[in-house]
Design a protein around this ligand. Sequence first.
Ligand SMILES: NC(=O)c1ccc[n+]([C@@H]2O[C@H](COP(=O)([O-])OP(=O)(O)OC[C@H]3O[C@@H](n4cnc5c(N)ncnc54)[C@H](OP(=O)(O)O)[C@@H]3O)[C@@H](O)[C@H]2O)c1
Length: 352
Amino acid sequence: MENMYVPAPDRYAHATFRRCGGFGLVLPPISLGLWQNFGGADVFETGRAMIRRAFDRGVTHFDLANNYGPPYGSAEENFGVILRKDFGLRKHVRGLRNELVISTKAGWDMWPGPYGIGGSRKYLLASLDDSLKRMGLDYIDIFYSHRPWNNCPLEETMGALVTAVFQGKALYVGVSSYGPEQTRQAAQILKQMGAPLLIHQPSYSMLNRWIERGLLDVLAEIGAGCIAFSPLAQGLLTRKYLNGVPENSRAKLPNSSMLQEFLSEENLRRVRALNEIARGRGQTLAQMAIAWVLRDSRITSALIGARNVAQLDDSLDAVKNLDFTEAELKEIDRYAEEGGVDLWKETREYMN
Ligand SMILES: NC(=O)c1ccc[n+]([C@@H]2O[C@H](COP(=O)([O-])OP(=O)(O)OC[C@H]3O[C@@H](n4cnc5c(N)ncnc54)[C@H](OP(=O)(O)O)[C@@H]3O)[C@@H](O)[C@H]2O)c1
C-alpha cells in the first residue's frame, strides 16, 4: 500500500510570497526546479519526497522544461505521476492544481531534426502539446522560450508564446537567457500582441552577476519579474566541494553540466572565504547564497535544485535570514567576483 500524502495543513502559515514584477501573480521566494535529479535515470521516490516536502513548506512553484531528465521528457513524466498520485489531479478533477504554479519551456534540443530545437512556431507549439500530455495537464502557468535563437524572427517566437496563451494552454509567458536588449524587444512585441512578458529566467549567483549589467534595469522598466536560476552555482556555492569532490555530486556525473573549471583553486578559495562569512551570519553557505540573490527586491524568486530532502530543507531555511548589513555585502563582494560559472554566456551572446 502506497504511503498517502496529506499536505501539511499549516503550509501557508509562515510562507511569504513576492510579486512578479508589476503582475498580480506572486511566487514563493524559493522555487524548485526539476532539471536534474528528477528524471527517469534517478530514484523516483527521492524526487517525489522532495516535491512533497517543498509543497509542505510553502513552495508553490515548480519549474520544468521539455528536455529535463535524462532521458528527455522524463522529468515531466515523473512530475505528472506525482501530480496524480499526491496532488489528486485526474481527468476532470483538479485536486491541488489551483495551488500550484507550473512552468515549462522549449528552445533547446528535444527531438531529432530541425523542428526539435530553436524558436520556431512549429517547434514551440508542438513541444508545449507534448509537455502537457507528459504531465497530464490541460494548461501550464508559465510557458518560456528557453533560449534566444538566431535563425528565427523574434516576432515568430513571441507569436508562438502568445498563441499558447490564446489557446488556453498557458496562462503567462516568459523568456530565459535573453540579453537585455533582446528582452526589451521581446517585451514590446508581446505587449503589442496582447500577452505581456511575465518573467525572465536568467542564471544568477554571487559568482555570476551578468544580470546586474543591464537586464535587471530593463525588467524593472518593463514591469516583468525575475526568477534566478542556479543561485548555488550548481552546488559550488555550498560546503559540498570544500574538501574535494564527493561521489554523490553533480561534478562526478558523466557529461556533467558542472564543468571541472568551475572547481578551480581560485573559485574554491572564494568559496572558503564566503563560507566563513556565512558562518558569521549563522547560516550555511547554501543559505547565504540564496539569501544574497533575494537581497534585490527585483528578484522574484530563487530557483534552486536539490538532490535530496536534506539539501532542500537546508536551502529552504535561507528565508530565516534574508537581511545583510552593508559590511557583509562589501565583504562578499571582496571575494565573490565573477567565477566563470555561467554556462549560458555563449547562448546569450549568440544573437548579438
Ligand atoms: N532556463 C535555463 O536555461 C536553466 C538552466 C539551468 C537551470 N534552470 C532551472 O534552475 C533550476 C536549478 O538549477 P540548478 O540545479 O543548477 O541550481 P542550484 O541550486 O544552483 O544547484 C543545485 C545543486 O546544488 C547542490 N545543492 C543544492 N542544495 C544544497 C545544499 N543545501 N547543500 C549542499 N549542496 C546543495 C546539489 O548538487 P549535487 O546534486 O551535486 O548534490 C544540487 O543538485 C533547475 O532545476 C531548472 O529548473 C534553468
